[in-house]
Design a binder for this molecule. Structure first.
Ligand code: PAZ
Length: 348
């Protein structure tokens, strides 16, 4: 816990204090200039925009970083959802952990479906070792892979042509926080047409720059003790300050399912956003729970219709595990969110 810095009531850094003391990455201004151009174009062209965050953040332990804390997230949820949002007509800002999965190319991940395995050298009589470097050698795609490749490639090319996908990368939790704030501030021009789909697995703790070792931490002095500070409650600032009208969807991951719904409700009560999607680490590809205020689409938890306690509605989305990966739960998640976003827009 921070001992010498201004903190929130629960001991976390306040967002204000965080941004006053932790410097942004040198590329932030350039990144945001491009986001501004993208947002302005989508505004002119009358498209809704969704910010999809995806993948895990790191927490560096040294300034010249050799060691860092990381988490499990591969970016499957974010990359898959981004594709379904594009299909639904949204423009997507895909803010993801460097080298994590991305829309379209995710189908050909080096670990699960390496593309070299489904390419073939054309002439059957030619020894692969003899054709290296020959311009005459043709390459083809295995017949069993063609249908899917054509579909993925066609969708990818169409999105490129329409200019509806903009990609940003982060590595550390600090990169993530600075980017999220700046992107949200840029997207606020879109008002209710913007959605925030916060699927990244963001560290709850970080080591302030002022307390990091400059060089690689040396062994030989016994065990290592590191005291981390809490990352500020950024959703509060997002909802109350950076984007007052955006439709905000956060994710809650737990490994103890009994606390999933109470934690999701607590997040809604605390931050006053629209939806929390709860998921369990082991079943996240097959089931999620949507939790939203009963008096749905209200901006702030303090605005109760009857002045009383807010109540919440839970609804589960499930797919048959046997149908995966042909069927992806993100298709249903996005479909549901597009409907909720429609209602949110029509409420203004
Ligand atoms: O990236 P992935 O597909 O492996 O996992 C997705 C997820 C579990 C990180 C995401 O659905 C999620 O719950 N994100 C928020 C995690 C949290 O901070 O609680």
């Amino acid at each position: 816990m921070a001992s010498t810095t201004q903190t929130d009531d629960d001991g976390a850094f306040s967002a204000e204090q965080y941004f006053a003391t932790q410097p942004p990455s040198p590329s932030l201004d350039q990144d945001i200039k491009k986001v501004r151009e993208f947002a302005q174009r989508q505004l002119r062209e009358g498209r809704r925009v969704v910010l999809v965050t995806s993948g895990g953040t790191t927490v560096p332990l040294e300034l010249n970083v050799v060691r860092f804390l990381d988490n499990f997230s591969a970016g499957t949820r974010g990359a898959t959802s981004a594709e379904y949002f594009l299909k639904a007509g949204y423009a997507v800002i895909f803010m993801h952990r460097q080298f994590s999965l991305q829309p379209f190319s995710r189908h050909y991940s080096h670990s699960t479906h390496p593309f070299l395995d489904f390419l073939e050298l054309d002439s059957a009589e030619t020894e692969p070792s003899n054709v290296a470097g020959s311009d005459a050698t043709r390459i083809s795609v295995k017949p069993s892979e063609r249908k899917q490749l054509i579909e993925v490639l066609a969708a990818y090319k169409a999105v490129q042509k329409a200019g509806t996908l903009h990609t940003l990368t982060f590595v550390t939790v600090n990169d993530y926080l600075w980017l999220l704030r700046a992107v949200a501030q840029e997207l606020s021009v879109l008002g209710r047409s913007s959605m925030y789909y916060l699927a990244a697995a963001v560290s709850d703790f970080f080591l302030p720059r002022q307390r990091m070792a400059e060089h690689k931490i040396q062994s030989g002095k016994g065990s290592l003790h590191i005291e981390m500070d809490q990352v500020p409650k950024i959703l509060k600032s997002l909802v109350d300050e950076w984007t007052r009208e955006g439709f905000v969807v956060s994710f809650k991951l737990e490994t103890d399912t009994s606390i999933l719904i109470p934690k999701a409700r607590a997040a809604l009560a605390r931050y006053g956003h629209q939806v929390v999607i709860g998921n369990d680490l082991h079943t996240r590809k097959y089931q999620v729970v949507f939790v939203s205020p009963a008096s749905s689409h209200r901006r702030s938890s303090s605005q109760k219709a009857d002045g009383g306690e807010e109540s919440y509605i839970e609804s589960w989305l499930r797919i048959d595990p046997a149908s995966y990966p042909q069927k992806e739960i993100e298709e249903d998640i996005v479909k549901e969110l597009v409907q909720l976003h429609d209602s949110w827009i029509s409420m203004q």
